[in-house]
Design a protein around this ligand. Structure first.
Ligand SMILES: NC(=O)c1ccc[n+]([C@@H]2O[C@H](COP(=O)([O-])OP(=O)(O)OC[C@H]3O[C@@H](n4cnc5c(N)ncnc54)[C@H](OP(=O)(O)O)[C@@H]3O)[C@@H](O)[C@H]2O)c1
Length: 326
């Protein structure tokens, strides 16, 4: 597994990140974290480490806090492991009825950011977070207030670095203006099927129906400022690599068939080819895997040993677009 030094930090991290959203029973409501969830998290951490993945992605809201809680219990079973792994979590989403009567919303107030990070520390059973991301832009945000929250968490030794998720270039620039330290990451949905990050750059001056708005300058901002680009849902939930071909649209089917043909030719799993398509982009994209299957980690880890040629990369793009680039 390729390791990289995360820009602006001393963290040596795997190029592929383990997403923890489905731990703790996933999005099934009304479940309490139990022994089985702790054991699953322990096996999940071990499977990731075996595949060379040392970077774990959380959010305070995943499984309503149960994902962090299960991970914390799994981690506690392995004394001495904490310094060998990198833990990232997110804050800023608040559920409906928390407190009772409140709507579903985003909250980048100083009080909420600090309280959320402290809740994550408790559930994860750790005394520091390596990285804290703001999960989704809060239209009511104030740069000064976020900067104060970050400074408070940093001064207390509770969070080492900060980043964002689902933010465009202007939002990153706005926030960075108020911060003393550089943002280290932006986590965005990027994959073969969710390919707006590529399409926006190709056809910005020929925008037509379906043109992916909002991407202009986002990759360039990250590349110029050393903000690590992280891809959530990098495997489109297994659609191209695992679903029956009969479930797919004609373009998806063509892409899935090409992926499988490339996989057979290179002796690599289809998952590895789909991820290698993201890795081939020179922005240094880091896929955040959603699997809870320790065996799938190894299949995905093979991606860092596959380098697609320019022709193979464009071939897959043409297949998912359903037409050649202009
Ligand atoms: N920042 C954000 O707003 C945001 C939003 C969503 C997610 N995330 C992060 O991104 C992570 C990944 O998201 P995701 O779960 O949507 O990613 P994903 O990796 O695209 O999808 C994971 C799902 O695909 C299935 N899958 C993968 N390969 C397969 C195959 N060959 N055959 C059948 N099924 C296959 C997995 O099943 P198995 O478990 O059986 O392998 C799992 O259910 C999350 O855990 C979270 O950390 C962030």
């Amino acid at each position: 597994m390729e390791k990289v030094l995360l820009p602006h930090t001393d963290l040596e991290v795997s190029r592929i990140i383990a997403g923890c959203m489905k731990l703790g029973g996933g999005w099934t409501p009304g479940v309490a974290v139990g022994e089985a969830h702790a054991a699953q998290a322990e096996a999940f951490i071990a499977g990731a480490l075996d595949a060379g993945v040392n970077y774990f992605d959380h959010a305070d809201v995943y499984a309503w806090g149960r994902a962090e809680e299960a991970f914390g219990r799994g981690l506690a079973r392995q004394p001495g492991l904490r310094p060998r792994i990198v833990i990232q979590t997110k804050c800023g989403i608040r559920w409906k009825d928390e407190p009772v009567g409140a709507p579903h919303r985003y909250d980048f107030s100083r009080g909420h950011i600090v309280a959320s990070a402290e809740g994550s520390l408790r559930r994860l059973k750790t005394d520091y977070l390596d990285i804290l991301l703001l999960h989704r832009p809060d239209p009511l945000w104030e740069g000064e207030e976020i900067a104060a929250a970050f400074a408070e968490l940093k001064a207390a030794g509770k969070v080492r670095h900060f980043g964002v998720s689902n933010m465009n270039a202007g939002q990153m620039a706005y926030l960075q203006h108020f911060l003393e330290e550089p943002l280290v990451a932006n986590q965005l949905q990027m994959s073969l099927l969710h390919n707006g990050f590529v399409e926006a750059g190709i056809s910005f001056n020929q925008a037509s129906e379906g043109y992916p708005q909002g991407w202009e300058g986002a990759l360039e901002y990250c590349r110029l400022n050393g903000v690590a680009l992280q891809a959530w849902s990098p495997l489109d939930k297994g659609l191209l690599v695992g679903a029956p071909l009969s479930d797919l649209s004609p373009a998806q089917r063509a892409a899935a068939e090409l992926l499988r043909a490339m996989a057979a030719e290179k002796g690599a799993p289809p998952e590895a080819i789909a991820l290698a398509w993201l890795l081939r982009h020179p922005a240094g994209i880091m896929p955040v895997l959603g699997t809870t299957d320790p065996g799938r980690f190894a299949a995905c880890a093979a991606a860092t040993s596959v380098r697609l040629s320019r022709e193979e990369w464009y071939g897959l793009l043409e297949a998912v677009r359903g037409r050649p680039v202009p």
